[in-house]
Ligand binder design. Structure first.
Ligand code: PMT
Length: 223
């Protein structure tokens, strides 16, 4: 990897899952460990970029030299990402953001009384769509976690959210998706172009992604 290829570029990466609180002791969450996003932050830092990592709860140590901003909920992630958007050159959204949150957060622990509980969920802001709608000079990369019709669903998301590129992973494939050290991804473009990568470590996926973005942005050829 060219250690200077992203020199002087500002990159924001989101990682991990969000937690949507029900009460002081419970939340709705997902299985994202943060591994994929942390690897991307590391690969950009390795390539000389100035990296900000906006992360949901994760046990992973943030990569050296990366500014890390911790959040819990999707709404907090939305705020932290949007306030930093204008100054970024590249944004990569690897986080697994909850699509819904409980309509009410109970101040006290919800008690059981033998009856069923019905939870009302309201939609969270879609951060990637908001970034797509406000895009100026930024290069915007989304992820898609799919369980079926991976490429078709990915392509639809890419266009609807106005990303420049989408990384799709079939999260049901062994060795891919949530929690694993490896991933199996394809890079998708709005014109339907697709690059399939074999199973590799999340850090190697991240390094390939950095190279691919550099190529697409025409970085590194003359600089
Ligand atoms: O963290 P790991 O354990 O390493 O797992 C990695 C991963 C499986 C979480 C990662 O590879 C991945 O697929 N991340 C995206 C997960 C996801 O939320 O996918 P989605 O298809 O639901 O969302 C599509 C895109 O929209 C994503 O870029 C997501 O960040 C974004 N989104 C979604 C909902 C929302 N409210 N706001 C968003 O910005």
């Amino acid at each position: 990897l060219n250690r200077e290829i992203m020199k002087g570029r500002k990159v924001l990466v989101t990682a991990g899952g969000t937690r949507e609180e029900l009460d002081p002791v419970r939340y709705l969450g997902n299985y994202s460990s943060g591994r994929m996003g942390y690897a991307i932050a590391e690969a950009f830092a390795e390539a000389g970029a100035q990296v900000t990592l906006v992360s949901g709860p994760s046990d992973i140590l943030p990569p050296f030299g990366v500014e890390t901003v911790r959040i819990i909920s999707a709404e907090e992630m939305y705020l932290e990402v949007m306030t930093r958007y204008a100054e970024q050159d590249i944004v990569v959204k690897a986080a697994a953001v909850a699509d819904f949150r409980p309509a009410v957060r109970n101040e006290q622990k919800i008690k059981k009384d033998g009856e069923s509980v019905i939870l009302e969920l309201v939609p969270n802001p879609d951060i990637l769509s908001a970034l797509g709608a406000r895009k100026k000079h930024q290069y915007l990369v989304g992820f898609a976690a799919e369980t079926q019709n991976v490429i078709e669903n990915g392509l639809e998301k890419l266009k609807r959210k106005k990303a420049d590129m989408l990384v799709v992973n079939d999260v049901t494939a062994p060795g891919a998706g949530f929690g694993t050290d490896t991933n199996i991804v394809s890079f998708l473009y709005p014109d339907g172009r697709k690059i399939d990568l074999p199973k590799m470590s999340k850090l190697d996926v991240a390094r390939r992604l950095v190279q691919e973005i550099a190529l697409n942005k025409g970085i590194g050829s003359k600089e």
